[in-house]
Design a protein around this ligand. Structure first.
Ligand SMILES: [Zn+2]
Length: 271
């Protein structure tokens, strides 16, 4: 029973779920037989050609799963399971770079056992129309990091994880917001109203946003008063920076312009 020539040595090679551990013997047909270990942990002896032709792919567990899968095929959960496997493990998938490409994987329990995934789904609040959502976007698909959510919830979570590159550096928008000391929700609001992403991240909050002025029991931000009364906002900003009260900064007529703020206030009450 000669050891096979190195050309035919399968030691260390993987065939689907089977990893070849060592050479065993030649069978009655004088074919080499190999000791394999299956991904599920079971050991199995398999003939050379069965491995290389792909006739035998596992210890038998794959076959068993296929039968279960058959009963579940085309169910929404089966499609979801397949979709996750594709984006995590198939480099040809368009989504791969955002999943498998950055280390997002499925736990072995779910990966190799659709039934386990389905069981989890049923006991964790799965309903038709909900999507699977990873709680921590840096972590993979596993029972402790997944939940069911509406699409809106998921978009919010996913958006925080949207990657953006500035000056050759890539971070999530949430991380960029942290770098620039600005609240991420403010950044997303700015993007929602049409700012471009970079501007939304790097533009500091106008400190005057927080200043308000009250006239006749009506309190508005300084910016809104300036607009309403047709007063130059930059002038008012400078005055507040010099220590003027917001009210005084708004109503005091400008030295250089003809606009009379006091008259403007009166006309403003008329509308
Ligand atoms: Zn197995």
């Amino acid at each position: 029973m000669a050891y096979p020539a190195s050309k035919y040595d399968l030691t260390g090679k993987r065939f689907f779920r089977l990893l070849v551990i060592s050479y065993s013997h030649r069978n009655n047909s004088n074919k080499t037989v190999w000791n394999c270990v299956c991904d599920c942990g079971k050991e199995k002896q398999v003939a050379y050609s069965s491995l290389t032709r792909g006739d035998i792919k596992s210890c038998g567990c794959y076959q068993k799963e296929r039968m279960i899968t058959h009963g579940l095929s085309n169910t929404p959960l089966h499609k979801l399971h397949t979709g996750i496997l594709t984006r995590c493990y198939n480099p040809n998938s368009k989504l791969y770079k955002n999943y498998g490409g950055r280390g997002i994987m499925m736990c072995d329990e779910w990966r190799y056992n659709l039934q386990a995934f389905v069981e989890w789904a049923k006991t964790s609040g799965y309903k038709k129309g909900l999507s699977i959502d990873r709680i921590d976007n840096e972590k993979g698909y596993s029972p402790d990091n997944c939940r069911w959510s509406t699409v809106v919830e998921q978009n919010n979570n996913r958006r925080s994880n949207h990657f953006f590159t500035m000056n050759g550096e890539t971070k999530t928008i949430t991380q960029w917001a942290r770098v620039y000391g600005i609240n991420k929700d403010r950044v997303f609001c700015r993007i929602d109203i049409g700012w471009d992403i970079e501007k939304a991240i790097i533009t500091p909050i106008d400190p005057l946003v927080k200043y308000v002025a009250t006239f006749d029991n009506i309190t508005l931000t300084v910016a809104k008063w300036c607009k309403k009364l047709n007063v130059n906002y930059d002038m008012v900003k400078n005055r507040i920076k010099m220590g003027w009260s917001p009210e005084k900064a708004i109503v005091t007529p400008s030295m250089s312009k003809n606009t009379c703020s006091k008259r403007a206030i009166k006309t403003a009450w008329a509308d």
